[in-house]
Design a protein around this ligand. Sequence first.
Ligand SMILES: NC(=O)c1ccc[n+]([C@@H]2O[C@H](COP(=O)([O-])OP(=O)(O)OC[C@H]3O[C@@H](n4cnc5c(N)ncnc54)[C@H](O)[C@@H]3O)[C@@H](O)[C@H]2O)c1
Length: 335
Amino acid sequence: VGRLRLAVLGMGVMGTNHAIVYQGLAEAQLAAAVETSPERADDVRNRFGVPVFGSVEQLIAEAEFDAASICLPDQAHVEPALALAKAGKHLLVEKPLATTLAGCNAIISAAESAGVKLMVGFTLRFDPRYYSVHEAVSQGEIGEPVYMYARRNNLNSGARRLAGRVTLPFFLQVHDIDAMRWMGGAEVTRVYACGVRKVLNDLGVDDAVVSTLQFSDGSIGCVESNWILPDSLPGRFDFRLEVVGTKGRATIDLESQGATVHNGQQMREVDPMFRPVLYGQQPLVLREELHHFVKCVLEDKTPVVGGADGRAATAVALAIEESLRLGQPVDVKYS
Ligand SMILES: NC(=O)c1ccc[n+]([C@@H]2O[C@H](COP(=O)([O-])OP(=O)(O)OC[C@H]3O[C@@H](n4cnc5c(N)ncnc54)[C@H](O)[C@@H]3O)[C@@H](O)[C@H]2O)c1
């Protein structure tokens, strides 16, 4: 089995992480990148020593590679994914797959017609804590899921960094929507969401969104998220998941990561899963995810999280956004 040659599109926060992981995987080789910011492109050339192109067309015309990670802003996934699939390149698309159902469908069809793998970057599927709870729930340890609750709260600087280009349902809630579909094995049929704007008015986005979900098996869920936590908090995240079943309960609580450093003035939580540099290899959860993608391509296997999962999460996020606009419950439209 040879090494898979990969291109990374969009060398921001996630694209840089993908590039670092690919450079560290024995079965992979970072072959090229695409980045429109000239300064960032220069940094990438210097740091990774690979050619950096200004467009996907140029990448396809000039670089030799087998597969690509699309780490572009949420609204910019579709056109590059279609061009890459048409050129026969396997696709790892960061979440959300696309921000419209038509976009999701187009990517799924293009990948099917071209016979290339399509995986969506739902990181939680590769986090050992979420995976362990999934295993326990799917083996019936807590009985039938009755109620699920998820929290995904970020620091204010996280929202400022994204500057209003993305929304809470698409940036944060899609992770938990996917996790709940995966945990409970049921689809979301109806949502009712409310949001609030007090802090990020200048960005034109909600500070917090609470979404209630009804599932096809009769169970219910609640996903809450905000991105206004003070930056002086010790941890970067406050993430939780709880699954209450007919006979038990399973929980994940990631506000504390189990390791802290106090520098004499301030305490911070260190993050051993998403951002560690462990003997030069990082980050653990993303490495598992990308390694899975690389192995699926090399060994001709189907990724555990694919286009249909991406489309389902997008359908629910769109329904949440409609509910926020209307102030009413909304049925999820899957086609
Ligand atoms: N799985 C996760 O946990 C996770 C976490 C954060 C972000 N994401 C997802 O990853 C994607 C990227 O997010 P990010 O936070 O890294 O964004 P970012 O803004 O940090 O990076 C995007 C990069 O793409 C570049 N760019 C923009 N348009 C381009 C174009 N047309 N062609 C080439 N380059 C272009 C920008 O200059 C920037 O460098 C988003 O879809 C986001 O939702 C996933």
